[in-house]
Design a protein around this ligand. Sequence first.
Ligand SMILES: [Zn+2]
Length: 414
Amino acid sequence: MPPNPNYFFAKYLVCNKTIIENGLLGIQEGRIVELRKRRLTDSGTDLGTVALLPAFLNTHTHLEFSSLSKPLGKPGNDFPSWISEIAKHKKKQGESLLTSKGEATEQGVNETLKAGISTVGETMTTPYDLNWYAHSPLRATLFFEMLALSPEKGDTLLGQAKDLAKRFSAFSPFSNLSLGLSPHAPYSVSQSLVKKITSLAKEERLPLMIHLAETEEELELLATHGGIFREFLEKIEFWTPAGFPKESRPLDYLEIIAQANTPTLIAHGNYLAKDDWNFLAEHPTMSVVYCPRTHAYFGHKEYPLREMLARKINVTLGTDSRASSPDLNLFADLKLVARQFPDILPSSLLSLVTTNAARALGLHHEAGSLEVGKRGDFLTVALPDSCNPDRVLDEILAPSSQVNGLWIGGEKAS
Ligand SMILES: [Zn+2]
């Protein structure tokens, strides 16, 4: 006999566009089994005057930088200078790299849980230890990141990716973790390696993530093999002209990685063009991750969010890392988007961190909304006593609102 469900009561349950006033959420063995109005005879945990929502999913982050108290470099710095800061940061960790990465990652996991996030699309670089994540209730798709323009290094990394895929293939070694693959970016991974990674993702049915069209300098490098990015790559002795042909475009990469036909995330996509958008619109396995506060930190042009949403591209939000964002509070990124795009409806805004985010990670049957059968992952936002039912979504997105609790599989996680 399964145990009796646990019941939670909230002033408002947010089930997509429907809001249940004085709602009840029942969870049994980690999954949602009931959603309805509370009756006088029900007994359970009363969470009070709160909105109860599906937990957020942060689709793009690098938790290894979570010990930074402020972003690296300066606001508005050019991208190659910022990457040099990243390299300096890693060098400083030196021999204690594994320990300091582990401590930073665990800090990031805790910060993430406090922000009401049940699930992350995490970037995992070598060296790593799966226990950094496995010790927490946080669910993560770990995108194993590969950087190599030279064939030798590429083969080594691909071998490591294959070993990891084997380790995860029959069933995940940890129930809260799953594997993805990430060719880092067009300027750091040869086109032939991107193709091999894509084939591996297809064979092993693994999700993919790539940083693409993040800066104008990247587009210049792809098109001409020139510009400040080329100078930078030469300086760090990373440049290999054979990495990709001149006149390459982001669309070439979209066409390659679409072959995997698995959930595929384009991190940033700040400078994608109309052809790219049209391609993405025709490929529903592909999603784009807007990282609002990181975007603002680099001083990029306004994000083409309206253009992408109008084409029904699956857009979602990520915090990116503390190397370019003040913290890992995805809710703050969402509120920034609400201020930047006041014409976008609150329900569509919330989708960016719930339903769209779950779809991006291939978890749309499991997470992203309160529905019977899905995981019991939810958060609460305190509401003013005077809040009226028609204003619940606006109150959730109000500047002062805060996440005040997170449950994963029905268990309190923060
Ligand atoms: Zn990133």
